[in-house]
Design a protein. Structure first.
Length: 265
């Protein structure tokens, strides 16, 4: 956006010679990194490599600690690793075409006892937007997620079971957003999608405030209503969630707090 200066200031600037112009560098703008998400009964801590890319996260709960590490190639996440039987093993690997994530590969033991790719998700685009995710297990395509966008946000996801080439609608999830930038935007592309285990709303430009799950016949199964609050600088500080399950019925309240650390570029 072009900023209009007052006329008096323009005159003063014009009167200055080049020698009078202050060429001293301005202050360094700090970079804030999300380092912790604290919820009820768990805490997730994020770690970064020297390039500023998230290199690991660890979730601490009273009974267990789960940790995942990430490797990056040319600014893109390529592998995530878990510790299994006291060994670090590839959990998932990621294939790209340009800036588009096109395949998520799942590594497990095969029938011969070898740790290898056993299943994968295939991602399909329309232009620059993710349009479909196809789930392929043991070589068979058996589930499909079809996304609908409005401006920069995913507003609906239709889920299908597949029997051969027959698509059977099982449920639909609708999403609504506020006008604030999504927390996922604070990370490198695709990281938060990977961290959340492929939750589609984190690919949207704005912050999610409501999601509703409907059956194939249109019955409302459950609703999550989110209440984000922000620090004065605009960083997300706290997120409340009201979960309403209409099949029981039952409600549940929860909240997450977000902690940041200042780093200089």
């Amino acid at each position: 956006m072009k900023i209009m200066l007052p006329a008096t200031l323009l005159v003063a600037l014009a009167a200055c010679s080049k020698k009078d112009v202050n060429t001293a560098p301005g202050p360094v703008i700090p970079v804030w990194k999300l380092t912790e998400i604290a919820g009820s009964g768990f805490t997730t801590v994020f770690y970064y490599n020297p390039a500023g890319e998230p290199s690991a996260w660890a979730t601490h709960a009273p009974a267990i600690t789960d940790s995942t590490t990430v490797s990056w190639v040319n600014g893109k996440p390529r592998f995530t690793y878990l510790f299994f039987n006291q060994q670090q093993r590839i959990d998932k690997s990621y294939l790209f075409s340009g800036d588009h994530l096109t395949r998520i590969q799942y590594h497990n033991f095969d029938h011969a006892g070898q740790w290898t790719v056993t299943d994968y998700d295939s991602l399909v685009y329309e232009g620059n937007r993710l349009a479909e995710l196809h789930v392929v297990n043991a070589g068979a395509r058996n589930q499909l997620f079809r996304l609908h966008w409005d401006n920069g946000n995913i507003t609906r996801c239709d889920s299908y079971d597949l029997h051969g080439e027959t698509e059977i609608l099982t449920e639909t999830t609708a999403y609504a957003y506020n006008s604030e930038p999504a927390l996922a935007n604070a990370f490198q592309p695709w990281f938060y999608f990977i961290y959340t285990k492929h939750q589609f709303p984190v690919l949207s430009a704005n912050e999610l405030i409501r999601e509703e799950r409907f059956s194939a016949t249109g019955n409302l199964r459950w609703r999550n209503t989110y209440g984000p609050s922000y620090q004065r600088e605009g960083r997300l500080e706290r997120m409340t969630r009201l979960h309403e399950d209409f099949s029981l019925p039952a409600t549940e309240n929860s909240a997450k707090n977000y902690v940041y650390r200042q780093k200089h570029p």
